[in-house]
Design a protein around this ligand. Structure first.
Ligand code: THU
Length: 136
């Protein structure tokens, strides 16, 4: 589904806003994500780290889990994503990690992914980023 440049810019701005909330005292890498659902809602999330390291959660998954938790779609929680943007406070290249790609793929077949590349924001699809994703 085509996303307008206005909506893309809204998602990127919301992701930057979310990155300001990141709890990242171990990596000092502040990440924000914002997504657009099929019913036109925007949800955002930031990374939240933990002293045990392994319990850290990425910004993308936090945004998705917030959207699922707030969903009134029936059956409950079965949201569909149109797009997700991920940025970081340092503006260094950063695409979604493998775990987040698998979680993004759970929620749609045609999802646009915006992320920081070497020359500004890159655009891809979740299928390009995670071909042959696992599904049940
Ligand atoms: N991180 C994200 O939030 N999203 C990504 O796509 C990559 C990595 C976070 C996890 C951790 O808090 C920090 O960035 C460094 O890996």
């Amino acid at each position: 589904m085509a996303i307008s440049s206005t909506v893309r810019d809204q998602l990127i701005a919301a992701a930057h806003e979310a990155a300001k909330h990141a709890h990242a005292p171990y990596s000092n890498f502040y990440v924000g994500a914002a997504l657009l659902t099929a019913d036109g809602k925007i949800f955002s999330g930031c990374n939240v780290e933990n002293a045990s390291y392994g319990l850290t959660i990425c910004a993308e998954r936090n945004a998705i889990f917030a959207a699922v938790a707030a969903s009134s779609v029936v059956p409950q929680g079965k949201i569909v994503l149109q797009a997700i943007a991920v940025v970081n406070a340092q503006n260094v290249p950063c695409s979604p990690c493998g775990a987040c790609r698998q979680v993004i793929a759970e929620f749609g077949k045609d999802i646009t992914v915006y992320y920081q590349g070497t020359d500004g924001i890159k655009q891809s699809t979740i299928t390009e980023l995670l071909p042959d994703s696992f599904s049940l």
